[in-house]
Design a protein around this ligand. Structure first.
Ligand code: UT7
Length: 332
């Protein structure tokens, strides 16, 4: 088992667009029903950006709230990482837009793309960069997405799923691993499944052209059923191996904060753990699948409401495009 890494969450904040799309919005436009969406996904509504809002504006708002919550200023940050698959533009990175908006001294700023597992990938990366002896003490980690920008609103099997949002945490190094630590983690990828969930065009392989636009190749394409089956399988394997390797029993966990992709996927994980519903966080009902933003949105909401407290054992778990997956067991 790896050494625990001494990190704590010094502050957190979130930003959600005010525009709400409820299920009726889709019922009015597509061949679908409110019952189908609720029963197959658990989603009741999701937030989407309006003109003038973007991944960087949401990320910056979430970052400002996290700084305020941590009682810090941009000058206290040693690094900015944005986990996103819907960046502000191809380059520069969204993290540089956030750095510009926040101000403060020059610091390393970069994006990290691991789709729905992006926040856990970022959490693990930041935790290692905060190891004892490192020059970095406080890292701003943001999960930010505007999935509505890459969603095909004519495809009923995907458009009902996604929403926009951002949430930020400030991770700080601490010498006292008995109180606050990343106790165990797994992050993995299997590229053989990359075509199961992807935006085919807009990169170097298939740059934008009339053909890519006509064929709607700038939008999310997903083999939903196959991804669903793999998500359930990988989530269960991840949970089992993370707990076994860390020597932790499900009962020791105060709260599981899973990526919010489908309520049925979350429910299968809850059943495997044998935990009551109040020990597994869900907010998919109101935000849909916000990709890399979903776990930090959960963390911030739970910190705000007191659902997680200092010293609690928390399990984060996610599965997404790539295919990627990850888990993080924290003493928060
Ligand atoms: O976050 C990253 C990872 N993402 C995920 O884990 C998402 C994984 N996938 C899913 O959550 C589910 O596969 C979906 C919610 C996308 C789909 O649910 P499903 O139970 O897997 O449905 P399905 O794709 O097997 O489709 C069943 C039927 C099909 O009709 P036929 O072929 O049986 O006649 C679909 O055409 O449901 C139909 N369908 C719909 N019907 C009404 C698909 N979308 C809709 C819809 N409304 N919006």
């Amino acid at each position: 088992m790896p050494e625990p890494l001494g990190i704590r969450i010094s502050g957190s904040g979130r930003a959600l667009p005010s525009r709400v799309l409820n299920n009726q919005h889709f019922v009015d436009r597509l061949d679908t029903t409110d019952e189908w969406i609720r029963e197959r996904t658990g989603i009741l509504e999701r937030r989407v950006v309006s003109p003038g809002e973007s991944t960087a504006t949401l990320a910056t708002e979430a970052a400002r709230r996290a700084l305020e919550n941590a009682k810090m200023t941009p000058a206290d940050l040693d690094m900015i990482i944005v986990a996103t698959i819907t960046p502000e533009c191809l380059f520069p990175s969204t993290a540089c837009f956030v750095q510009q908006a926040l101000g403060g001294p020059p610091v390393p700023a970069f994006d990290l793309a691991a789709a729905c597992s992006g926040f856990i990938y970022g959490f693990v990366t930041a935790s290692h960069l905060l190891r004892e002896g490192s020059p970095y003490k406080n890292i701003l980690l943001i999960g930010a997405e505007t999935m509505s920008r890459i969603t095909d609103y004519e495809d009923r099997s995907t458009c009902i799923l996604f929403g926009d949002g951002a949430a930020a945490v400030i991770l700080s190094s601490t010498p006292d691993v008995s109180r606050h630590a990343l106790l165990h983690h797994r992050i993995e990828a299997e590229g053989s499944g990359l075509s199961m969930l992807a935006v085919p065009a807009g990169g170097s392989k298939l740059p934008a052209s009339k053909m890519t636009i006509d064929e709607r190749l700038h939008y999310v394409k997903m083999q939903g059923r196959e991804v669903y089956k793999l998500a359930v399988k990988r989530n269960l394997e991840l949970i089992d191996s993370t707990l076994a390797e860390a020597g932790v029993k499900p009962d020791d966990i105060a709260l599981v904060i899973p990526h919010q992709s489908n309520l049925r996927i979350i429910e299968s994980a809850r059943q495997r753990l044998g935990l009551p519903p109040d020990r597994v966080f869900t907010n998919i009902q109101k935000y849909g699948n916000t990709s890399a933003a979903s776990i930090p949105l959960g963390i911030d909401e739970c910190r705000e409401t007191g659902r997680i407290k200092d010293g609690d054992l928390i399990l984060l778990v996610a599965f997404g495009a790539g295919l990627t997956w990850g888990s993080a067991l924290l003493r928060i």
